[in-house]
Design a protein around this ligand. Structure first.
Ligand code: 26Q
Length: 841
């Protein structure tokens, strides 16, 4: 904050208090006598948004004046998490608001806590998009996030009798103070129908799309303020509305009832987020969503460009589209269509522009997660786009043929159309063909893309596949979620680390300092106590905050191997049962995460975790040493509590399966030690923190490939390992299911007879490693030293570093600073410009 006289500060606080009251009265229509907590939350949020608008308008004006290149991040998911606290921190207004709230008789923390988060994403990919928006704004790089305003976000999870139950997420029902609807920016989006050939007056042959449906996309903008800078970018989310001025008679019978039906059909498109984190077979609505997002966003970008330039030939110099996975890959044919059919560019020029405009990030290696759409479905929804894809593919395969004569296998693999069985459009190939740069999200992942998944593309276009290791924003993941640690670090090394995370290195000399160690431990203990209180309050589970908090929070998936964690827990349980006087290092095991509603095994794994918890938590012989807690409804908001309290972070996916992981970074930044495999970004985390500060176990990618080649036989491990056999036997015989041997048969059978993710091969190494973890935890000094060094060496994993890399290696964009200093914010948050002079009135 600026140095400010007490008088001045008082005036600011009073202004804020008046603004709360004004918003309460004028926007909510209540007074303090009748206001609910939600009314207060909205009034406080509107007060902040009004102040943000000032920066926002400033940023937009700067864009108009300087005309820099703008990054457009296209993503089907944006998992923002709650806004209020984050915006207060980024704008440097937390203290002011806390004081103004207190003087109004309000508790700011309670108000912050009231916010329901928009769950417009299902996991890592959606959260990454928002960390990147935070960094883009903080680095003052002009950017727009383009996404979908799902009316129902990720489902809410309840655990009923140990099973996951899904409930709809009505995140908008209490009002959303952050978004502003922009009806004047609405776009039309078409679906279905057929194409026809026509000739222009000059006799040029062109194609016209005759769709059967046209709907409207209306944008809602949410400001994204950077950290203590004047740049405010925005997230533009599209919502469908039916076309009001449309002549229905042309396509329908023209009657009123079908018009109403059309309205409902249109609204259905942005109704709900698909909760799966994998490709789902042939869901037409999902493809409609993807096209809707892409078409609105590209039209918006073109409109913005043409408001400042007379032609689109230099479009790519001003707009950089980034495809967050293949979900928006239909941008390739859509940009071609807009350029060729609507703006009348010739094909080759349009292709040149398209390939310079779009870049593509891959987030997976799992073959079954690669997106593909049945050809018939695609063609019936987007007939013109299918034609364009055919033509692009034809030209492209000619190039492949010239470069690799006679190599039919290669042609078949690289074709956008999969013709090996029923025909599909392969979105990965479409994205690779249309992208300027393709990137992976961690060093290992990118290398595997180059060597295996995208090897043909790497051979054909050397250098096109690049690596940008993921990062997360330290503003949300340390400053907002862990204020105690933030204060301790800032007291030790100043506050620069929040914008230059490499500064954390300056903590290294303190790693052995007794007083600093003590303070470090205290922060963790207090965070753990907060969590323990929450557990007691919610579920009546008592935990001693001095035990090790061992945490695995992420989507539930077989490849992430939550059940390997469970096998370890059962092994500890068996040891105590076999030897009742045994004293182990006590732990609280915390799990959290959602299973895709249709993913049978993932749902069983949740049931297994809860069933084991039920038995262990109620067994007096072990519950003082082992406790298990499944946090229902894991979310960004719960992440704020979980990362700061963890001692141990479980990153135990099979090597080669997790593209990067980002939770691993959040834990480590907050001083947790990691037990993990050489997978995704773990490899780089270990490199940074030092191998002596990381608990490594498990097979490497190479060893896995070799083992698979030789023929992997899980039964061999089972038969040769007594404690493994005992653990699996306890599950099999119904020990955790009241004698029911059927309940977990599917899990046991999949482990014994298939074990695709090789849990049994990694079991013993994992157990041995966990034993080392336990021993080390007893040595407080060493543990604390390692914890401090983990935080100190996490500089690389700031999303600021990732965004700077994208800017240089992928986008070729520069910061565009907005000069007005953030401290100069007028007290009422509003700048008036007189029309002619542009001066502040
Ligand atoms: C696709 C088609 C139809 C329906 C749903 C989907 C779909 C939706 C979401 C497919 C995938 C996702 C999400 C993927 C995801 O979150 N991937 C994670 O991305 C992170 C950020 O790069 C990585 O850190 C994780 O390793 C990766 O799993």
């Amino acid at each position: 904050m600026t140095d400010m006289s007490p008088d001045e500060r008082n005036r600011r606080i009073n202004k804020l208090k008046r603004a709360f009251a004004y918003n309460l009265f004028c926007r909510q229509g209540v007074t303090s006598r009748s206001a609910s907590l939600n009314d207060y939350y909205l009034a406080v949020s509107y007060t902040l948004r009004d102040r943000m608008q000032h920066f926002f308008v400033n940023s937009v004006e700067k864009l108009l004046e300087k005309d820099p290149k703008i990054v457009c991040y296209l993503s089907a998911e944006f998992l923002t998490g709650p806004h209020l606290h984050n915006n207060l921190v980024n704008l440097g207004l937390y203290e002011d608001f806390a004081q103004a709230a207190a003087e109004t008789g309000l508790n700011l923390k309670e108000i912050i806590n009231h916010e329901e988060e928009p769950g417009l994403g299902s996991g890592g990919l959606g959260r990454l998009a928002v960390c990147y928006l935070d960094s883009l704004s903080s680095l003052q790089i002009p950017a727009i996030g383009y996404g979908i305003r799902y009316e129902y976000g990720m489902f809410n999870q309840k655990i009923v009798n140990g099973w996951q139950k899904e409930f709809s997420d009505r995140w908008l029902h209490q009002g959303n103070p952050w978004e502003i609807k922009k009806p004047v920016m609405a776009c039309e989006v078409s679906f279905g129908g057929r194409t026809e050939i026509y000739h222009t007056e000059k006799g040029i042959r062109r194609i016209r799309w005759r769709p059967t449906r046209v709907i409207m996309g209306v944008p809602y903008d949410t400001p994204i303020p950077g950290y203590k800078v004047n740049t405010v970018n925005y997230l533009r989310l599209w919502s469908t509305e039916s076309h009001t001025s449309f002549d229905f008679s042309e396509f329908n019978t023209g009657d009123y009832y079908s018009a109403v039906a059309d309205k409902l059909k249109a609204e259905a498109i942005t109704k709900i987020l698909y909760p799966s984190d994998e490709q789902i077979e042939g869901k037409q609505l999902r493809l409609q969503q993807q096209f809707f997002l892409v078409s609105c966003s590209l039209q918006d970008m073109i409109r913005l460009h043409l408001s400042r330039h007379s032609s689109l030939h230099n479009f790519y110099e001003h707009f950089q589209g980034q495809l967050n996975d293949t979900h928006p890959a239909v941008a390739v044919p859509e940009l071609m269509r807009l350029l060729v059919d609507i703006h009348l560019y010739d094909w080759d020029e349009a292709w040149k522009i398209t390939r310079k405009t779009l870049c593509y990030t891959n987030h997976t290696l799992l073959p079954e997660a690669m997106e593909k759409w049945p050809l018939d479905l695609f063609g019936s929804l987007l007939p013109r786009h299918l034609e364009i894809i055919y033509e692009l593919n034809r030209c492209f395969l000619d190039e492949v043929r010239i470069k690799y004569p006679g190599d039919d296998g290669r042609l078949q693999r690289m074709s956008v159309i999969d013709e090996t069985g029923p025909r599909y459009v392969r979105m990965v190939n479409l994205a690779c063909m249309g992208a300027k740069v393709i990137n992976g999200v961690a060093a290992l992942h990118t290398n595997l893309l180059r060597k295996h998944t995208l090897a043909d593309w790497d051979a054909m276009y050397p250098g096109k596949i690049r690596n940008v290791t993921n990062g997360v924003t330290p503003r949300r993941w340390i400053a907002v979620s862990n204020p105690r640690l933030t204060q301790l670090i800032t007291e030790a090394i100043g506050e620069k680390w929040l914008t230059n995370l490499e500064e954390l290195r300056r903590l290294e000399p303190l790693a052995d300092d007794a007083a600093f160690q003590e303070a470090w431990r205290k922060v963790k203990e207090e965070n753990k106590r907060d969590f323990a209180e929450l557990m007691e309050c919610r579920d009546n589970i008592c935990v001693d905050p001095s035990v090790m908090f061992d945490v695995q929070v992420k989507r539930i998936h077989e490849y992430k191997r939550q059940h390997l964690n469970i096998l370890h827990i059962i092994t500890l349980y068996s040891r105590i049962k076999a030897n009742p006087s045994l004293r182990i290092t006590p732990r609280l095991f915390v799990f959290g995460g959602k299973a895709a509603p249709g993913y049978f095994m993932a749902k069983r794994i949740i049931k297994l975790i809860n069933s084991v918890a039920q038995v262990i938590n109620n067994d007096p012989a072990v519950r003082d040493q082992i406790k298990i807690f499944f946090i229902p409804n894991y979310s960004v908001k719960i992440g704020h509590i979980v990362y700061p309290m963890a001692n141990l972070s479980e990153q135990i996916s099979q090597a080669g399966m997790e593209a990067s992981g980002t939770g691993n970074m959040k834990f480590s930044m907050n001083g947790a030690l990691t037990i993990g495999t050489l997978d995704g970004a773990n490899v780089e985390i270990r490199q940074e923190v030092g191998q002596e500060n990381f608990f490594l176990f498990g097979l490497t990618v190479e060893q896995i490939m070799e083992l698979r080649q030789k023929g992997y036989r899980p039964m061999d491990y089972y038969q040769n390992n007594e404690s493994l056999r005992a653990a699996i036997e306890l599950i099999r015989c119904g020990h955790f299911s009241s004698g029911d041997r059927e309940l977990f048969k599917s899990i046991v059978d999949s482990l014994l007879y298939d074990d695709r993710y090789m849990l049994l091969a990694d079991y013993q190494d994992y157990i041995d490693c966990q034993d080392r973890v336990s021993r080390l935890f007893e040595d407080k000094k060493s543990w604390t030293r390692m914890s401090i060094l983990n935080t100190a060496r996490m500089g690389k994993f700031s999303s600021d570093r990732s965004i700077l890399e994208y800017s240089r290696k992928v986008w070729d964009v520069q910061p565009c600073p907005v000069e007005l200093k953030w401290q100069e914010l007028p007290e009422d948050g509003i700048l008036f410009h007189s029309k002619d002079s542009g001066e502040q009135a």
